[in-house]
Design a protein around this ligand. Structure first.
Ligand code: SF4
Ligand code: SF4
Length: 186
């Protein structure tokens, strides 16, 4: 697994390949089969990974907080909704977001202080267990730039779809053709 502090660097090395892989999936993958692979890898990798050692999503993203989240979290904190909004949230084009980055509810051990009642986007991120991933690959790949688990899922998907070996085989065929042209003038 990529170290969370090195994820940007690691992502830069595979960014072009990931974009080609996205196009490959679009042309070759069957949507429900891809979802099944995503779900299996999501469950397998998150079961072994300690998100407290990362926290990138809590440090780097604008965290949307919807109406239900506001009601639930303000109640939990014993604040009125207005006081909660004033203290913790900021307005954005898409609605309220957490005012600060890293999120103020992230503690020094990497744990979420409101884990049980955290916003729904925090619960759902990085969406790799959701259906229709084939139609959301831009989003999935952008998360691989910050989330080591998504990065790992993409790398394992390349293996499952034999993407690298296909690439290599294509390259090999191209080289063979070139060699034949040079040697035999075909
Ligand atoms: S509410 Fe919790 S899970 Fe969500 S960003 Fe803040 S610390 Fe992370
Ligand atoms: S979900 Fe991804 S980015 Fe967020 S803490 Fe876990 S591994 Fe890190």
């Amino acid at each position: 697994m990529v170290n969370p502090s090195k994820i940007k660097e690691a992502y830069r090395k595979v960014a072009d390949q990931n974009e080609k892989f996205r196009r490959f999936l679009k042309n070759n993958a069957v949507d429900y089969e891809l979802d099944a692979h995503f779900l299996k890898l999501h469950n397998m990798i998150f079961a072994e990974y300690d998100c407290c050692a990362c926290g990138n999503c809590c440090k780097l993203y604008d965290i949307l907080v919807n109406k239900d989240d506001i009601e639930r979290i303000s109640q939990y904190l014993g604040l009125t909704e207005n006081d909660f909004i004033e203290k913790y949230l900021a307005a954005s084009d898409e609605g309220y977001i957490m005012k600060e980055k890293p999120c103020r509810f992230l503690d020094e051990d990497g744990k979420c202080k409101i884990y049980e009642i955290r916003p729904s986007v925090c619960r759902d991120f990085p969406y790799t267990d959701k259906p229709y991933r084939l139609y959301h690959m831009y989003g999935v790949l952008s998360f691989a730039e910050e989330c080591p688990v998504v990065f790992e899922i993409i790398e394992r998907l390349k293996k499952i779809y034999k993407y690298r070996s296909n690439d290599c085989q294509k390259e090999k065929r191209k080289n063979n053709r070139r060699r034949n042209t040079n040697e035999h003038g075909w």
